[in-house]
Write a protein that binds this ligand. Structure first.
Ligand SMILES: [Fe+2]
Length: 177
């Protein structure tokens, strides 16, 4: 399963810190197992249940958000240098994991995807943050996962959290037009 996760999410290889990269993979492995999924299911699972039909898969959304976040982080680092402290490894890890809780939030029923019982009680920012905490991700990464969506309004305290929140919505709102 681990190899398949690395293959489906090639941006993992861009994380320089090997220990951090392994923790991201371990969190994914646990989320997939606990959700009853195979890694390949990420390529057919909708990235949101709010758009029907959903225009993109979980995998497409996660990779697009990651690439957008990294591009924005690079542009801002180039523009502002040391005036803004953006950690590229944290940005990558957090972007890849921002929606990992969705693997626990959904279940499959009658050929479609619906909210799981856990998902009804805990939206993915909560379950995702708990999972990341359990697997030893740094607080800066858990923070992004916890605050990336509406639950995080008024709580984001790092550039990475702000960048990933916007990258996430940039990859959602245009599909509503
Ligand atoms: Fe999300």
């Amino acid at each position: 399963m681990e190899e398949k996760i690395r293959e489906l999410l090639p941006e993992l290889a861009e994380i320089e810190d090997g220990a951090l990269r392994d923790k991201v993979v371990a969190a994914y492995e646990a989320a997939l197992e606990r959700g009853g999924w195979q890694p390949e299911d990420m390529a057919r699972m909708p990235f949101t249940l709010l758009l029907e039909p959903c225009p993109a898969t979980y995998l497409e959304h996660t990779r697009a958000v990651t690439r957008c976040a990294v591009a924005v982080g690079a542009a801002m680092a180039e523009a502002y240098g040391s005036r803004l402290n953006i950690d590229r490894d944290h940005l990558l890890a957090a972007a890849l994991l921002h929606d990992v809780g969705k693997l626990l939030e959904y279940r499959e029923e009658g050929g479609g995807f619906v909210k799981s019982e856990l998902g009804r009680m805990l939206r993915h920012p909560f379950s995702g943050a708990a999972l990341c905490y359990e697997f030893g991700l740094p607080a800066a990464v858990v923070h992004v996962v916890a605050t990336h969506a509406r639950e995080g309004e008024g709580s984001r305290v790092t550039p990475e959290a702000i960048i990933i929140h916007h990258a996430d919505f940039m990859n959602f709102e245009p599909f509503k037009l």
